[in-house]
Design a protein around this ligand. Structure first.
Ligand SMILES: [Zn+2]
Length: 327
């Protein structure tokens, strides 16, 4: 990596205000003035901090309850099985980093699909999940003492060889505070993996405010490689590798973004898969178009991975001062 970042002083952001969630500055320029939530169609702005370059959503809703419908990410059994297979592949790659018996903490583990894959490979697994129903499902699979509802709910002296935040950090309004606590929880030589959408990706630039991975206001911060590096640094972490390969989310994002541009409706396929919309001629047309678009979408995604401009990015970080890991 050859990313250079300067490190201004970090002010703790005040939740609810329009201050930068990373550095606390209240000085920004607008990128999108009318980015629509694809679920409620409420309008938000996406702005860039003039001090540290972080891109974030304003206004930040005081409560996000309205923006997480019951069906959010509640896919049917077929989609769940497909995602599980992809997650299994991802975990098998991560699990090669550390020997059997190592410990992993997943922050935002949902019902525990990834943790179950780690455990099958001999890892000791722990999870944080704020949604009590999902946490209970994970406990039934993984054991009663494995899942807490907050980092503070873990034993104070617990340390982990690997901490995973898979599509979680973009939902967090105070990312530096969370990452700082994660850094404190890393065992010596431990690694942190954060997988987030890449705001500077080809796909994001192509789709603009209709980009499916923009997902305002659920996504509060929209990371680029530079702002991710800076955010990690603020929390006492150093980026050691950055990858872009994402079979499960990147080609699909090209398909959905292209359909949005053609039809003027955002996230038609995802809304149908989540059960928000029923079947209609528009949905049928979008599926036919989507199937035709899939081969070029896969090719574009693969090219963007090679070019370092994939729609999703995976940052691997170590505690600052620790020797960089070869992964
Ligand atoms: Zn900032």
């Amino acid at each position: 990596m050859s990313l250079t970042v300067t490190l201004p002083s970090v002010i703790e952001p005040s939740p609810g205000a329009d201050t930068c969630p990373v550095c606390g500055t209240l000085d920004f320029t607008s990128i999108y003035n009318d980015a629509r939530d694809p679920i409620t169609l409420d309008s938000f702005r996406v702005v860039e901090c003039s001090s540290c370059g972080a891109v974030y959503t304003i206004p930040r809703p005081a409560s996000l309850d309205r923006y997480y419908p019951r069906h959010y990410r509640a896919y049917g059994p077929l989609v769940t099985r497909i995602l599980s297979a992809f997650y299994g592949l991802r975990v098998s790659r991560w699990a090669r980093i550390k020997p059997e018996g190592a410990s992993v903490l997943e922050v935002g583990c949902g019902p525990g699909l990834m943790l179950a894959a780690f455990r099958r490979r001999g890892w000791r697994v722990f999870g944080i999940e704020r949604n009590e129903a999902a946490a209970e499902t994970a406990r039934q699979t993984l054991g009663p003492d494995t899942i807490a509802t907050s980092l503070e709910g873990l034993p104070a002296d617990a340390r982990f060889d690997l901490i995973v935040l898979f599509q979680v950090l973009e939902h967090i309004g105070e990312p530096v505070a969370l990452l700082r606590e994660c850094a404190r929880r890393l065992a010596p030589g431990g690694l942190l993996i954060a997988n987030v959408p890449n705001f500077s990706s080809w796909q994001s630039r192509f789709a603009g405010s209709n980009w499916m991975h923009l997902d305002v206001p659920r996504h509060l911060v929209h990371y680029t490689p530079e702002s991710m590096t800076y955010t990690l640094k603020c929390a006492g972490l150093t980026l050691s590798a950055l990858g872009f390969t994402s079979f499960e989310h990147d080609p699909y994002g090209w398909v959905e973004s292209t359909i949005s541009r053609v039809t003027g409706r955002t996230n038609t396929l995802t809304r149908f898969l989540m059960g928000l919309d029923g079947f209609s001629p528009q949905v049928l047309f979008s599926w036919i178009l989507g199937i035709a678009l899939f081969p070029p979408a896969l090719l574009l995604a693969a090219l963007s991975w090679v070019a370092g401009s994939g729609a999703l990015m995976e940052a691997i970080a170590v505690a600052s001062g620790a020797a960089p890991k070869q992964v």
